[in-house]
Design a protein around this ligand. Structure first.
Ligand code: ATP
Ligand code: MG
Length: 386
């Protein structure tokens, strides 16, 4: 087992420069710090285009596992660090490569520090012979088993071989906040994860209809959010009492239109709460064509209640692909727990797949839903899951 000095953290998608880049790096730094807080002897150093995690005596594998979940990291490398001195570089390169498995190698030098007294080619030309002389390794410039990277930077020279793929995307927080509709099904936690990967933080809204829906659904949501805490450490969950609205709909509206109206009410509530909490967008787990309320015509009729943009990360994903992601982020087993949701209890036999806006407006005129919406908003039960 090689004793590495540092983990080199590379950023993804950093085409942005200047202030955006600074914000990106400082957000990433804080997220990394948070995700590694249990490793008390680590030190985190920010440089111009990398972040370095100094391992000291911490378990490198555990730290890497944690870092793989941090969005905004493109790749990780486990590195040796030596002073900017060619003798030290030679010694370090040899010591490093002796511990890596393989039969062939190639040296790849990058000189970020242009003041160093040798250029990349000169460094390669002195390091390679040292390896050839002291090991059984052979050079293969096209398809080497070991790619020995040597990066000369201002603060020292880093030596490493492989790169480990990171989560990609943007650091959490740089993308703003979305009001996310969380249902306890399979899709909405996956949608939340996909948003977080893009650097968007979420706050959740859930519509509960007790006594038709059980308290156990809330525990399920909390368990789901605890899984998502790996990507966003603190998530606010808002439970909206939805029973009266739902009953009013079922008392006043033909069965085939109930789902359409119910979802319009959900959007109205999400929209109002989004504005209160400074969320410029709403998000959810809708997937085109999955159920009657998610045909394009349904989506259009439901969406008509608001101008707020609605992000649907699962929109075009196949259910099986959504399930794969759910398994990867460990939410699947929780999502399939068999509790009734407010959408399942009143499921009509033949929901409209092409609800007409004219009809919808006519049904909505039949009952006093505005006051019910305000009452629901005033009785939100809100908690942080962390
Ligand atoms: P999921 O889509 O999460 O698997 P589902 O299939 O039960 O759950 P749908 O009926 O497909 O949910 O609803 C589509 C989306 O609407 C959900 O992904 C979720 O974002 C939102 N939604 C549905 N029911 C609720 C609810 N009770 N509270 C909050 N959001 C909900
Ligand atoms: Mg669904």
């Amino acid at each position: 087992m090689i004793k590495y000095d540092y983990i080199m953290v590379r950023f993804g998608e950093l085409s942005t420069k200047g202030k955006n880049k600074k914000d990106f790096i400082s957000a990433l730094y804080l997220n990394i710090k948070h995700s590694l807080k249990e490793f008390t002897s680590l030190q985190i150093e920010t440089r111009y285009d990398h972040i370095y995690v100094k391992l000291n005596d911490e378990d490198v594998n555990k730290v890497v596992e944690r870092l793989k979940d941090v969005s905004g990291i493109q790749a990780l490398s486990l590195v040796y660090k030596v002073p900017n001195d060619i003798e030290e570089i030679k010694k370090g390169a040899l010591e490093f490569i002796k511990q890596v498995e393989g039969k062939t190698f190639k040296v790849k030098v990058k000189r970020g520090n242009k003041r160093f007294y040798m250029n990349s080619e000169e460094i390669t030309r002195v390091v390679a012979p040292v390896i050839l002389k002291n090991t059984n390794l052979k050079v293969d410039v096209h398809n080497p088993d070991i790619l020995l990277n040597i990066e000369v930077r201002d603060e020292g020279t880093y030596i490493f071989d492989e790169t480990i793929k990171g989560a990609g995307g943007y650091p959490l927080g740089v993308g703003g906040k979305a009001m996310h509709m969380l249902s306890g099904g399979i899709d909405s936690p996956v949608a939340a994860y996909l948003l977080m990967k893009r650097g968007i933080t979420i706050e959740c809204i859930h519509f509960a209809s007790p006594p038709y829906t059980q308290e156990a659904v809330i525990y399920k949501l909390e368990d789901l959010l605890r899984k998502l805490n790996r990507y966003q450490p603190k998530i606010r969950l808002n439970i909206v009492p939805f029973t009266k609205i739902q009953e009013a709909i079922y008392d006043n509206v033909p069965e085939s239109y109930c789902i359409t109206l119910m979802r319009r009410m959900m959007y109205r509530l999400a929209d109002k709460l989004a504005k209160r909490r400074n969320c410029p967008v709403i998000s959810n787990g809708e997937s085109v064509g999955q159920v009657a309320s998610q045909t394009l015509q349904s989506i259009a009729t439901i969406n008509e209640v608001t101008n707020t943009p609605i992000i649907r990360p699962c929109a075009t994903l196949d259910k099986l692909d959504i399930i794969d992601i759910a398994k990867k982020i460990d939410t699947y087993e929780i999502s399939i727990r068999p509790y009734e949701d407010c959408c399942t209890i009143f499921t009509p036999k033949a929901p409209k797949t092409s609800p007409k806006l004219k009809d919808v407006k006519e049904f909505e005129a039949k009952f006093e839903w505005e006051s019910l919406i305000n009452e629901a908003l005033n009785n939100i039960d809100s908690k942080f899951i962390e």
